[in-house]
Design a protein around this ligand. Structure first.
Ligand code: SF4
Ligand code: SF4
Length: 203
């Protein structure tokens, strides 16, 4: 098993939402995106399918990279960036079992034009903008979680300016002051307000 418990929760959420935007990069380096279905969430990652004639297929093969985003009704957004590889074709049967609507799109043997891809590693974030304060949680499997947002470092002189501009009130007093990363919007207002250059971007 590659997928840890936290990441499994979120890839299950991707599967529950099912419809996601999938982005790749074409040969000229231009971004391309389309709506896809997350067909299966499993202990080794997420499975998707596409047919061999599509630009999406070529881009997955050429780059081995994919970015997903999805809108979930009770939180607002999920995003993920990861790597893909061709999966064993035996997974196609399972895809059609778990997603019976596929039989109407690719009836009978016409399904053979499809290949299954496994998203075998990646990192992402769940982001709840619907409740106050906003909340976020990052996750990853097969790689480290990505550090994003801002951190206050030792240069902090304790002036408090950052707390007045923070839209989420997620900076607490201390030496140095501290940002609560769970409720941070990553807006950067604290960095702009800091007279001591103590607020550093994490990525
Ligand atoms: S980045 Fe924005 S939301 Fe986050 S601590 Fe700074 S001001 Fe607050
Ligand atoms: S504005 Fe900068 S120096 Fe002032 S409390 Fe915030 S981080 Fe510290």
């Amino acid at each position: 098993m590659i997928v840890n418990e936290k990441a499994r929760k979120y890839i299950d959420m991707f599967r529950e939402v099912k419809i996601a935007s999938a982005a790749t990069v074409d040969k000229e380096g231009r971004p391309q995106s389309r709506i896809i279905n997350i067909m299966i969430a499993a202990d080794e990652g997420m499975y998707i399918v596409t047919s061999k004639g599509k630009p999406f297929y070529e881009q997955l093969i050429q780059s081995g990279e994919i970015a997903l985003s999805a809108m979930c009704p009770d939180c607002q957004s999920l995003k993920f960036t990861g790597k893909v590889k061709l999966a064993d074709q035996a997974w196609l049967t399972k895809v059609f079992e778990d997603n019976p609507g596929m039989n109407e799109v690719y009836p009978g043997k016409t399904r053979d034009i499809l290949d299954v891809f496994l998203i075998y590693e990646g990192s992402g974030e769940w982001f709840d903008l619907l409740h106050h304060p906003i909340s976020r949680e990052s996750f990853a499997y097969g790689r480290e979680e990505e550090k994003a947002g801002f951190r206050i470092e030792e240069e902090c002189i304790g002036c408090g300016s950052c707390t007045y501009v923070c839209p989420q009130g997620c900076i607490s007093k201390g030496s140095p002051y501290r940002i609560d990363p769970v409720h941070c919007l990553h807006c950067g207002a604290c960095r702009e307000a800091c007279p001591a250059d103590a607020v550093k971007k994490l990525h």
